[in-house]
Design a protein around this ligand. Structure first.
Ligand SMILES: [Zn+2]
Length: 193
């Protein structure tokens, strides 16, 4: 374990992260001769539960969103208590580069949320607010009426989840009838980004 790195460490492409006997290579990594290297400029993240290792990027040449900015992104990965989002829009500006934000379970809702998966899932389109850029990582929140999931797909069949009624906030699949929960924004399904 001599060359083992720690979560949050800044890393560049080609840097050694570990070996496949220790970790499972995931997002932003590649393997050569049993050694895991970074594919990205970014921050390494180890998930102790799954032993997965990922590297989350910092976009080059992009204006980093300011604290308080509203962003829209797709959930690309969930590790432990954090959902990682690929941000596609900052304010009214669409992004083409790769910018990742982190949404911690404690920042999802004003109500207590025990598990990330009860509120957001991989593939969801989410509107969030930037609350911190400590260590050049964008920390997001979805607390607030207008923040949260704005479009989600059924985890059983991939159909679009529809809102039964705005009051109940229950989502159901138009294809297979599956019910699911999310922390939704007040305009879920309206097609607003
Ligand atoms: Zn379905």
């Amino acid at each position: 374990m001599s060359n083992t790195r720690r979560s949050g460490e800044f890393i560049v492409p080609g840097e050694r992260i570990g070996v496949i006997e220790e970790f499972i290579p995931n997002f932003g990594t590649y393997v050569q001769d049993g050694v895991i290297y970074s594919r990205n400029v970014g921050y390494v993240s180890f998930d102790s539960a799954t032993r997965k290792v990922s590297v989350y990027t910092v976009a080059k040449g992009l204006s980093f969103p300011k604290i308080g900015s509203i962003v829209v992104g797709h959930v690309v990965n969930i590790q432990g208590l954090t959902a990682f989002m690929r941000i596609v829009k900052i304010g009214k500006k669409h992004l083409s580069g790769f910018l990742t934000g982190a949404l911690h379970v404690s920042d999802i809702d004003t109500k207590y949320t025990k598990e990330v998966l009860s509120a957001v899932k991989v593939g969801d389109l989410v509107r969030a607010k930037v609350i911190s850029d400590a260590n050049r990582i964008l920390h997001l929140t979805t607390k607030g009426e207008n923040l949260g999931v704005i479009l989600a797909l059924c985890s059983k069949c991939g159909g679009t989840l529809l809102l039964k009624n705005r009051k109940s906030k229950k989502l159901y699949c138009g294809k297979c009838g599956n019910f699911e929960t999310r922390k939704i924004a007040s305009d879920y399904g309206a097609g607003n980004m």
